[in-house]
Design a protein around this ligand. Sequence first.
Ligand code: MRU
Length: 362
Amino acid sequence: MKIAQQHNRITWRTIWPDARCKFVRIIDQTKLPFAFEIVRVQSLAQMVHAISAMQVRGAPLIGVAAAYGMALAMLEDESDAYLLQAAEMLKNSRPTAVNLAWAVNRMVAALQAMPHARRNFTAWHEAANIAEQDVAQNQAIGQHGFELIKNAYQSRLIKNKPFNILTHCNAGWLATVDFGTALAPIYAAHDAGMNVHVWVDETRPRNQGALLTAWELAQHGVPHTVVTDNAGGHLMQQGLIDMVIVGADRVTSKGDVCNKIGTYLKALAAHDNHIPFYAAVPSPTIDWDISNHKDIEIEERHGDEVSYLQGLSADGSVQTVRVIPAESNAANPAFDVTPARLVTGIITEKGVFAPQNLHACK
Ligand code: MRU
């Protein structure tokens, strides 16, 4: 199925409330790139499901989705007890991205300060503020990251060949309200006329790179190539990667970067090949309360995501096939941690920080 060209970040956000603040609309990311479907989320329970089933995903976006989940909860019941119950349900919907707990805590603080009669209005207002803040932060990340790319591009000895950036998972506009984190600098560079090319890790098991990042880049007209998750090291040895930029789900106060499973291996290979490795993160992704990355809860998802693959069959229908023997077990840790020593810099809305200087971003 061909998706019309207007489905790009210029024309869409990933989440938005209806005009009367009675429900929220999202792009169902489990259907992309084979179908572009807008879904109504009308209750707290539906928002918890949308987050855990990954209809919305990506650290910044699930934070905003959870904020709107709190607003939906206030339509149902404005009591203190329900407020706290809703907060727990949303926080438990996915454990690793700190943006989710950050947004819920911000909502709880704003709502507890209000009398019950004002909570509904306050909730929608505050959720919209969090969404707008995300957009502004990502746009600023795009500008700071663009400067990095521009400087590296201009200082290269061999001119007139593409500037090759490797990315992992999807940290584009689909993972945020708009602009994206890791892809924001790439869009800025492409829009400024630079010759950038993106190596897109497929990102097993859920293939966020192959399905979502590739789709986003195609919609925006950015040259890109999808590679298997195992190809990055080889490409680096061949001199085919100039920079790695990834997103993050949580960054410790020491600059350790927790991101989609497989990121660590890319950072090791980048380090061995003297290739700069950057994480692009809005400040709500930094967990100032955690200095030891072992304290980060790594989400374990269902093994079926490893055992089965979904794709478009020749007749145009989406089909699911098993890809491992029926007798085999599958394990599915969803994130890993790249130690700060492998990270060249952290691109935030406030500028680019070496991990050891991250405190200056606080
Ligand atoms: O499991 P997902 O798809 O929610 O994981 C997303 C990632 O790991 C992204 O790289 C990260 O959230 C940064 S998004 C701007």
